[in-house]
Design a binder for this molecule. Sequence first.
Ligand SMILES: C[S@@+](CC[C@H](N)C(=O)[O-])C[C@H]1O[C@@H](n2cnc3c(N)ncnc32)[C@H](O)[C@@H]1O
Length: 352
Amino acid sequence: MNELNLNTLIALLETEDITSLKVKLEKLSNNEVFKKTNGKIKVISNGDVHSVNSDYLLGEINQILETKTIERSRYYLKRLIKSLTEIKTSNINDLNLNRWKEYDDIITDSLWILDKRDKSGAHKGDYWGNFIPQIPNQFLRRYTKKDDWVLDTFAGSGTTLIECKRLERNCIGIELNEEVVKLAKSNIAKEKSGKESVIKVVNGNSAEFDVKAELNKKNVNSVQFIFMHPPYWDIIKFSKKKNDLSNAKSVDEFLKMFGAVLDNTVKFLEKGRYLAVVIGDKYSDGEWIPLGFYVMEEVKKRGLKLKSTIVKNFDTTKGKMNQKELWRYRALAGGFYIFKHEYIFLFQKPVK
Ligand SMILES: C[S@@+](CC[C@H](N)C(=O)[O-])C[C@H]1O[C@@H](n2cnc3c(N)ncnc32)[C@H](O)[C@@H]1O
């Protein structure tokens, strides 16, 4: 990684005219510092060193090069220096808003088209019904800080916990099926990045599990984010257990069971913090069942504020991929649509 001393930028503020400033900046941006950077540049300021995205730096320098007056150039230059020296974060995440342009991989649109599953590290993606790691990654970075506590009420193969381990958030995951708990534990153990956070999967029914006791063991009494990725009713039967939401006998029973999980866990969410529910709809006897919207209402009934409805593209299952033509024919003949999206509902627990 190459180095840039902040004093080089500060000295540029003394430049009298715009032409000389641009010549100096051109020279700087063509400098070796910006070559072979592997995307990062070390910025040295008052003895402190931190790494900065090189595209971000070059983008800012190019913006200054496009200005027409020395006043405007100085304004952008000062803003760049400020972004490299001052950190502006909020109460709910560690994003430095003074360098917001660096976070170009954080999605702020409500339509998510994610075509590749992140398979890095311990993420394998072979548990049927898991979600792609980008989902917890996006929310953890936007809605939690390092060392915050996260609860995942339907932990499955441990995707959320692996992301928490990487991002150094603490996480408790509850999973009903003992075999799946073992799978999650072995997946989490394979993740080598991250350090010092508490990452724990427990076996239990999220509608009854003693969350308070589990948190107290770690001397905490609230969590700062909750993920819920329940079964999409009976689309995938996860087990034969009667407490398993995928064994609900009707939509009403499914919603009752989901509501019981909310009642047992949302009370531990810190006020002002967020809950995300990932869910898809289903067909039953030729009728579209809007499970997602029903679930959204269950959460709203409990006083949480809906902050966003995200529509995310849905991975075609391997089975369906092989029979793509057949499904298309069936859809055309039967007058229905093939599911290609699911929802992520984001809620905030009111402060008052
Ligand atoms: C859609 S999967 C979650 C997958 C997870 N997000 C992942 O990436 O692996 C739903 C999970 O909820 C579990 N489950 C069903 N009913 C439950 C309950 N009452 N309490 C806890 N877990 C439950 C199932 O065994 C299944 O593993």
